[in-house]
Every structure is written in C-alpha cells, then in structure tokens.
Design a protein around this ligand. Structure first.
Ligand code: S3P
Length: 175
C-alpha cells in the first residue's frame, strides 16, 4: 500500500514525504526525480524540449512503471492530477494525502524557485493563482485525506499521515 502525497507546488510534498519515509521505514520516491532520471535531463529541460504535454506523458509513464505491490511513500508533482485521465485511479495504488495550504503561503514559498519550476517562469501572480484554484477540485477528487501544511510543520504533518495510515503516532522513530 502506497502513501501518496499530492498538492500544489510548494505544499511540501517532498519534505513531508522524506520525513514520512524515515518514520515509517518505507522507501521514498519523488516522481519528478524519477521522470528526470528516466528522461536523462532535468524537469525544466524536459519542458523546454518536449513541452508540458511531453512532461505529462513521462509523468504518467513513470507512475505506471512503479511496482504496485510494494510499499512506497510517493511525492508527486503538483500537476499529476492534470496528467491523469482519472485522478481517482491514484486511490487504487494507496492512500492519497492532499497537502493543502493557503494561496498566500504557497506564493511566498514559491518565490525564487522559477528556475526549477517551469510553470512559474514568466507567469504573473494572477496566473499562478488561477492554476492554484483550478487544480483544487482535482486534488479534492483524488484525495482520501486533506492536511494543511501551512498550519503545521513537515514533521507534524508526517506524524498525522502516520496516524491516518494506521501506523501509530510516528513517535520515537525519527532522529
Ligand atoms: C508541476 C510541479 C512540479 C513539477 C513540474 C510541474 C506542476 O513539481 O512536476 O514543474 O504542474 O505543478 P512540484 O509540485 O514538486 O513543484
């Protein structure tokens, strides 16, 4: 059973995911990293060479390449829900946790990350906010649980996910 983290850019999926993996002793995968590894180039270079559609196709393929039977903590990219025909199909792979946060917090966290996040490059705050709002129904439809990551630290969020996954309280496992 996987623990799958979804949510907008800057919601803390990778940070929470690696804490969660350390707590649970389960392997961690960042889907963006897998896509980059399989493409042999970084995410912004994939967008530049193959467009967003190329990246989405790679994202879907990377997801499908992961063995379903093995436990996994999976941090996804913020647009995975756009890449999938049926976002609910994520639930077939495990429990889906939506890391949610207020728009203003997301915007603050995203400052200075344009080089790593091609969708932010050249986009106005209004355009990014439009994307933030447009994606919310997709995250809501895909998720089993919604957790706020602007009201709690990564460690606390990871502990909440442990509890929601029936893996105890996550106490005492972390160095
Ligand atoms: C994207 C989010 C990024 C990455 C790519 C596209 C998106 O991942 O997959 O730049 O469409 O929201 P993070 O959510 O980890 O930043």
């Amino acid at each position: 059973m996987w623990m799958i983290l979804i949510g907008f850019m800057g919601s803390g999926k990778s940070t929470v995911g690696s804490r969660l993996a350390a707590m649970s002793g389960i392997g961690f995968m960042d889907l963006d990293d897998l896509v980059a590894e399989e493409a042999g180039r970084a995410v912004p270079e994939i967008f530049a060479a193959e467009g967003e559609a190329g990246f989405r196709r790679r994202e879907r393929e990377a997801l499908e390449s992961l063995p379903v039977g093995e436990p996994l903590v999976l941090a996804t990219g913020g647009g995975l829900v756009d890449a999938l025909d049926e976002p609910v199909s994520l639930r077939e792979r495990g429990r889906v946790f939506w890391l949610d946060l207020a728009w203003h917090t997301a915007w603050l966290r995203l400052q200075g990350t344009e080089d790593a996040r091609p969708l932010l490059a050249g986009a106005s705050p209004a355009q990014v906010q439009e994307l933030f709002l447009r994606r919310r129904p997709g995250y809501a439809a895909a998720a089993d649980f919604r957790l706020r990551t602007d009201l709690a630290g990564a460690e606390q969020v990871a502990r909440m996910i442990m509890v929601a996954s029936g893996r105890g309280h996550g106490e005492g496992d972390v160095g």
